[in-house]
Design a binder for this molecule. Structure first.
Ligand code: SAM
Length: 230
C-alpha cells in the first residue's frame, strides 16, 4: 500500500491524517527498520507492507469504536507498537499504556515515544497476567493484536477493563476461538456485543475485531496463574 493509497483508505475509515502525523509514521517506519537489524521486531519490512499490514491494520480499530474522545487504552503484547503506537499517532487524545513481556521491545518503544515526541503514553515491561492484577478496572479500552488465543487473552484483559468499557481483540480467524472462550468471557463479566469481519485492502486477508463489553466487575480470582489459565 503506497502512501497515496494509505491516505485514501484511512480517509474511508474516517481518519484524516495531518502532514505532522504522516511524518511521524514515516519516522516510526524508519526507526522500526533500523532497530529491526539489531533486535527482532517484525518480519514485515517492505515499506508498502508495513503501511498496510501494520499501520492501516492497527487503525481499523476505529471500525468498532469512536476513538475521538479522551479514553484510556491498554495494548497488551504490543510488540513493536501495534496497534498502540499507530493509534497514539492518529488519535493523540488517547491515553495509552503499552505492555510487553520482552524488555528489548520496551526499550525500542521508549525510543519511538521520545523521537516522535508522543505525550500521554507509557511503555511497561510486564507480563500481562501480573500487570492485570495490579491494574484492575483501570482502562476504558483494552486491546491486543495477535497475542494469545481468545480464551487466554480474555482472562488477561478483562480484569483491566472499567465497567462499561470494552475489551477489543484484533484477530484473523476467530470463530472457533469464540466458541471456546464463550464460557470464560461470561465468567469474567464480559458480553460479546459485536464481531466486525472484513478484508484488508489489496491482499484481502481476513480480519476480525471483537467488541466485548464489561458489564460488571470481574471476580478477584481472575486472572489466575498462567498454568491454570492454560
Ligand atoms: N501486537 C503486536 C503485533 O500485532 O504486531 C505483537 C504481536 S507478537 C506476535 C506477540 C507479542 O506479545 C510479543 O511482543 C510478546 O513479547 C508479547 N507477549 C506474549 N505473551 C505476553 C504476556 N503474557 N504478557 C505480555 N506480553 C506478552
Amino acid at each position: 500500500m503506497n502512501i497515496e493509497l494509505f491516505i485514501e483508505e484511512t480517509k474511508k475509515l474516517g481518519i484524516n491524517l495531518t502532514q505532522k502525523q504522516l511524518d511521524q509514521l514515516e519516522k516510526y517506519y524508519n526507526l522500526l527498520i533500523d532497530w529491526n537489524k539489531k533486535i527482532n521486531l517484525t518480519r514485515i519490512t517492505e515499506k508498502e507492507d508495513v503501511y498496510l499490514k501494520h499501520f492501516y491494520d492497527s487503525l481499523t480499530l476505529i471500525k468498532v469504536i469512536d476513538l475521538n474522545k479522551e479514553l484510556s487504552l491498554c495494548d497488551i503484547g504490543t510488540g513493536a507498537g501495534f496497534p498502540g503506537i499507530v493509534l497514539k499517532i492518529a488519535f493523540p487524545n488517547l491515553k495509552i499504556t503499552l505492555v510487553d513481556s520482552l524488555n528489548k521491545r520496551i526499550i525500542f518503544l521508549n525510543e519511538v515515544i521520545k523521537e516522535l515526541d508522543l505525550k500521554n503514553i507509557e511503555a511497561v515491561h510486564a507480563r500481562a497476567e501480573d500487570y492485570a492484577k495490579e491494574n484492575r478496572e483501570k482502562y476504558d479500552i483494552v486491546t491486543s493484536r495477535a497475542v494469545a488465543n481468545l480464551r487466554v487473552l480474555s482472562e488477561l484483559a478483562m480484569p483491566m477493563v472499567k465497567v462499561d468499557g470494552y475489551f477489543i481483540p484484533m484477530k484473523a480467524n476467530v470463530d472457533a476461538e469464540i466458541n471456546e472462550a464463550k464460557d470464560i468471557i461470561n465468567k469474567l463479566s464480559g458480553k460479546l456485543e459485536h464481531k466486525e469481519t472484513f478484508n484488508l485492502p489489496i491482499e484481502e486477508s481476513l480480519r476480525n475485531i471483537l467488541l466485548i463489553k464489561k458489564i460488571n466487575k470481574t471476580n478477584q480470582i481472575y486472572p489466575r496463574r498462567m498454568d491454570k489459565i492454560k
